[in-house]
Design a protein around this ligand. Structure first.
Ligand code: AMP
Ligand code: MN
Ligand code: MN
Ligand code: MN
Length: 304
């Protein structure tokens, strides 16, 4: 099968830098609150021209998202966000234009997901030590996909039960290193995550690089290793970057010869500050990750 639904014909004529691509968001198949269909319909209403659903470590929403995009008349790219452990930190790598049926990718993601349930039980035990009982069962009430219980579901439980006012407060008081409910976890290796994505015909993009708590030396080492492994892009305009970071990561993308991606990282209307398709365009200086996606037509080479 082809890896992308073509968007409407006018997209091929448009300036690729100004196209409304949203290449990072989540559905209930991981830690978002909308179904893939609801997510796609919201994206279409918001003017998104090409969408990628990028659930954490999970591809089971792809067929539904793609069918919904076809029905809504917008372009669609299969995607995933792989959890990676690098230098003791959790790093996220977005895979775009992957074949959602690639056996090696499916197997790698399954292995990456496997420890989540045991980790969730340990998180609940740790929360019980500070007097918060029933957190595992409580988090499960918010889970849309039993294979994918995440910290976000615990955060929703802690808000729902009145322990915190909102999800941001949860991630400052709980579930992060040094705070109750944090259980360190070993995810995929950076090189294997990139290899799975490339093996499935996709392009690997380092997600929200501005969010990692790394010193300068470690950050450059991360970019270097990501590139060596075959990584091709970084998120420049994304829901967790400031305007200053758009410029900073545009400069870094240019300097390293990496392409730039754009994605809201939308999780749901109640929680996400950045709605689908509502980010500014990529800076003119960068090369969009979608620059030579042939399904988009020849308009894309206009500024080559
Ligand atoms: P996990 O994969 O179980 O470690 O959960 C990670 C998820 O928690 C991320 O994908 C985010 O959706 C959410 N998350 C992490 N940090 C924050 C934060 N500071 N504010 C809101 N959500 C967060
Ligand atoms: Mn998430
Ligand atoms: Mn992420
Ligand atoms: Mn994400």
């Amino acid at each position: 099968m082809t890896l992308m639904n073509s968007p409407s014909p006018d997209v091929a004529q448009a300036d690729p830098w100004r196209l409304n691509f949203d290449l990072h968001c989540h559905s209930r198949r991981s830690d978002g609150t909308l179904t893939p269909t609801e997510l796609v319909q919201r994206a279409a209403r918001n003017g998104v021209q090409v969408l990628a659903l990028t659930d954490h470590d999970e591809l089971s929403g792809q067929a539904e998202a793609r069918a919904a995009a076809q029905a809504a008349g917008i372009g669609y790219v299969p995607g995933v966000e792989v959890s990676v452990t690098w230098g003791g930190e959790t790093i996220h790598v977005v895979g775009l234009r992957v074949d959602p049926e690639d056996p090696q990718l499916l197997e790698g993601l399954q292995r990456t997901r496997d420890g989540r349930d045991a980790r969730a039980m340990e998180m609940a035990e740790d929360l019980a030590r500070v007097g918060i009982g029933g957190a595992y069962e409580g988090a499960l009430r918010f889970v849309g996909n039993p294979k994918l219980i995440s910290r976000t579901h615990f955060a929703r439980f802690l808000v729902d039960s009145g322990v915190c006012d909102n999800v941001s407060e949860v991630f400052s008081r709980f579930l992060v290193e040094g705070k109750p409910g944090f259980i360190p976890h070993r995810w995929a290796r950076l090189s294997e995550a990139v290899a799975w994505i490339r093996g499935a015909g996709g392009m690997a993009v380092l997600a929200h690089p501005g969010r990692y708590r790394l010193n300068d030396t470690a950050r450059w080492a991360l970019f270097d290793e990501f590139k060596q492994a075959g990584g091709e892009g970084i998120e420049v305009v994304c829901g967790s970057h400031t305007k200053v970071q758009y410029r900073e990561f545009a400069r870094i993308a240019l300097q390293l010869g990496l392409r730039a991606s754009r994605g809201s990282d939308f999780h749901g209307p109640e929680e996400s500050h950045t709605d689908l398709g509502q980010l500014p365009p990529l800076p003119d200086s960068v090369v969009p990750i979608w620059y030579d996606w042939s399904e988009l037509g020849h308009g894309l080479s206009a500024r080559a």
